[in-house]
Design a protein around this ligand. Structure first.
Ligand code: ZN
Length: 557
């Protein structure tokens, strides 16, 4: 019949659907379930809207009741039972072409049966369900059976159909539960022109969870805002807040932010798991070499250690793993965060609140009066915080913080650009760790093939006489939701701050000079770390290429 891929490409443009959704579509078809019903439920479309989409995507037409010419012989080719089961109807037979009206143009069984039983060529036209019912009654002389949408056939459909009438709290809890089961880090509530789309971020990528009816735009948002203590009536300004929910016996902090968009308010809920699951640098993905050097750096009694990378690159997880390595009984460890992401026994965690003018810089000044040894400043966002953090490092404290820069040498430039005295940076900084997260290849759908020799020699000139490593390639399967990946790991570059770099900082040297000195100081760029992981079979080459600077990207073709 018609290609699911064609339909998917068409829908993807409109609804920004994920590969996972594509996989679900294929599975629905392979299971012999109705693709039409699946789309009605998940995209929350009206039947007419969906059939209109079919017409455009597949160049189909809709058959109208008034055009039907009753002919008793027709029921010989498709009997009442088959017509009811697959929601189809025989319309006419010309030569060996049987014209069939269908509700689901992706039903493979209808084609097969017609061809196998009668050697007829099926010709397909769409039909509205109400017209199907009327013709069914006329042709077979009996009332059409109730639709599967009238009587939900399984729990997923039932949940979907009850979404509108169920109290929004239950539905939101169900969304949170699904998000936790799928290891989502963020939930997006996005207003569409009609309806509300829910997307999950899993392993760094967004995919659609479900689309809800129009009224959920308001009920869901109001409920979320109520939980987070926000102003429900305020819909024109962005707001943010926080609340806690127990999901599957785990207490999870939910950080809510809202933003007014043209079709209504959008909300993003970030899930903050309080329990840290990783306990060693190796588990984070650090190589023995990086872990060893980093371990030495964190033994210092004072100085500043920075962890860099974009948002959601695992910086806080790395620093909490670091705090776990520290003797928390004999040292006073204080964190200053917005929000506090993990709960760790034996340390003092301060939640700053810029709304009441209790920001990072002020929090840091208060903490310094509390006799700390080790301070973790959640993020350096401004000059005031940077200066206070470096001063603290200068006066005998070990300070950890995070900075949004692309690489480790870039952190020095960033601090200089913030207007900090070069001597303050040079005399306090001890190390900079920069990191990214890459997805781990799904072991259930991967195969190995030798690395492309040109690529390998290009990035590893030293290894030109060694055998080519084997590289994992994935196709996607049910276990990985069709993505080819399960879970993520970190890739790292560690820059021990050398005397040469100190001198260059005082000279305010530019980034190229700093990078060269960084490599002399022993820094291995994180993309090489990623290649190592790829050659070790942890990930695919395409994940590694995503990390490469533009100029180093492999040429296509
Ligand atoms: Zn897989």
């Amino acid at each position: 019949m018609f290609s699911i891929d064609t339909l998917f490409s068409f829908l993807q443009v409109r609804y920004a659907l994920s590969d996972r959704f594509h996989q679900e579509l294929i599975e629905t078809q392979n299971h012999g379930d109705s693709v039409t019903q699946f789309l009605l439920n998940t995209l929350r479309l009206k039947e007419e809207e969906l059939k209109e989409l079919y017409c455009q995507a597949l160049h189909l037409e809709v058959f109208l009741f008034r055009d039907f010419l009753a002919d008793e012989k027709l029921s010989r080719w498709i009997d009442a039972e088959m017509a009811a089961k697959w929601v189809c109807l025989p319309l006419s037979l010309q030569g060996n072409v049987l014209k069939i009206a269908v509700d689901d143009p992706f039903n493979l069984q209808i084609d097969k049966t017609i061809q196998f039983n009668y050697n007829f060529q099926p010709s397909v036209i769409l039909i509205a369900r109400k017209d199907w019912k009327r013709i069914y009654q006329q042709l077979y002389g009996q009332t059409a059976p109730a639709f599967f949408s009238d009587v939900p056939s399984d729990s997923q459909e039932a949940a979907s159909l009850s979404a509108v009438s169920a109290p929004e709290q239950d539905e939101l809890t169900a969304i949170f539960q699904a998000a936790v089961s799928e290891r989502a880090t963020d939930i997006h509530f996005e207003p569409l022109e009609k309806g509300l789309r829910i997307r999950f971020r899993v392993d760094g990528e967004l995919h659609i969870h479900r689309v809800y009816a129009e009224e959920c735009k308001y009920t869901f948002l109001s409920r979320l805002k109520l939980w987070a203590g926000l102003n429900i009536a305020e819909k024109r300004l962005p707001q943010d807040g926080q609340f806690t929910r127990v999901i599957q016996t785990e207490e999870i902090d939910m950080r809510l932010s809202t933003l007014p968009l043209i079709h209504g308010e959008k909300a993003v809920v970030r899930l903050l798991r309080r329990v840290l699951l990783l306990s060693s640098f190796q588990e984070l993905g650090m190589s023995e070499r990086v872990a060893g050097t980093f371990q030495k750096l964190i033994q210092a009694s004072h100085g500043m250690i920075l962890v860099c990378g974009p948002t959601a690159s695992g910086k806080t997880t790395t620093l909490y793993t670091t705090l776990q390595q520290i003797d928390r009984e004999r040292k006073n460890v204080v964190t200053i965060e917005d929000p506090v992401e993990y709960h760790l026994a034996g340390i003092n965690q301060v939640q700053v609140n810029p709304k009441i003018e209790f920001g990072f810089a002020r929090g840091l000044r208060s903490v310094l009066r509390q006799d700390p040894n080790i301070i973790f400043v959640g993020e350096i966002r401004d000059t005031e915080t940077a200066e206070a953090a470096l001063q603290a490092a200068l006066t005998g404290h070990l300070v950890f913080s995070t900075l949004h820069t692309n690489d480790a040498p870039g952190a020095i430039i960033r601090l200089l650009e913030m207007g900090l005295e070069p001597y303050l940076i040079a005399s306090t900084l001890t190390g900079i760790l920069s990191q990214r997260l890459i997805r781990l290849a799904c072991p259930h759908c991967s195969s190995f093939k030798p690395a492309d020799s040109r690529t390998y020699k290009h990035y590893f000139p030293a290894g030109k006489n060694t055998p080519l490593p084997m590289i994992r390639e994935t196709t996607g399967c049910a276990k990985c939701g069709g993505t080819g990946y399960i879970g993520r790991t970190g890739v790292f570059e560690l820059l021990p701050y050398s005397d040469e770099l100190r001198a260059l900082t005082l000279e305010k040297a530019d980034i190229t000079v700093l990078r060269a000195a960084a490599q002399r100081a022993g820094m291995i760029p994180f993309y090489l770390d990623a290649f190592e992981k790829c050659f070790h079979g942890d990930t695919t080459l395409s994940e590694v290429f995503k990390l490469l600077p533009q100029k180093n990207q492999p040429k296509r073709g």
